[in-house]
Design a protein around this ligand. Structure first.
Ligand code: HEM
Length: 154
């Protein structure tokens, strides 16, 4: 199961990155150009929110199945000395949880606003902060903390 979960979790990262970029660009264009909050913007907002919740479920399952996280759970003190175990045991999970909470709040707030400009503003604020946290918590190949590949083969 682990050998399938990890590549799926890695691929879904790209859906989230692309979705967040799209929604943020649309929000900036909406605010600067006073363009309407379209049906496509609304669909993109709920896709980003839904996919991030799927990633959360996959992440929790990985946390149970991953050898790194399993070792971390049973030997937390020693594991903290190893960068990758500390990263996936605490930092990645904590930061991604925060980011997904921010996305959920932002998506709900944007949905409730009446004016298009306010919808764009809510997306820009909440998704913008979440995107920054996600960017920092992804183990990019160039990351100074822990590096993992851009694509993981099955
Ligand atoms: C926006 C949310 C998230 C993104 C974009 C994301 C992205 C990633 C990426 C790119 C990897 C490296 C995959 C590889 O080695 O090829 C990874 C690993 C991992 N993620 Fe996430 N993740 C997210 C949320 C979460 C959450 C919420 C959890 C746990 C609750 C989690 C748990 C893990 C674990 C345990 C690993 C390491 C598995 C291992 O190497 O054994 N992730 N994640």
């Amino acid at each position: 199961m682990y050998e399938y979960l990890l590549p799926i979790h890695s691929i879904i990262r790209w859906l989230i990155v692309a979705g967040m970029l799209y929604t943020l660009v649309q929000a900036i264009r909406g605010l600067l150009g006073n363009t309407p909050y379209t049906r496509a913007d609304n669909i993109a907002r709920s896709i980003v929110s839904g996919v991030s919740h799927i990633q959360l479920l996959l992440g929790f399952t990985l946390y149970i199945k991953s050898p790194l996280a399993t070792y971390f759970r049973s030997h937390a003190k020693e594991a903290m000395q190893y960068e990758d175990m500390a990263f996936f045991g605490i930092y990645h999970i904590a930061m991604m949880l925060v980011a997904i909470v921010l996305i959920t709040i932002g998506a709900a707030k944007a949905k409730r606003e009446a004016a298009d400009r306010d919808k764009h503003r809510q997306i820009l604020i909440w998704f913008g902060i979440a995107a920054l946290v996600i960017f920092l918590a992804i183990p990019w190949p160039f990351s100074p903390m822990v590096a993992r590949p851009y694509f993981r083969a099955f």
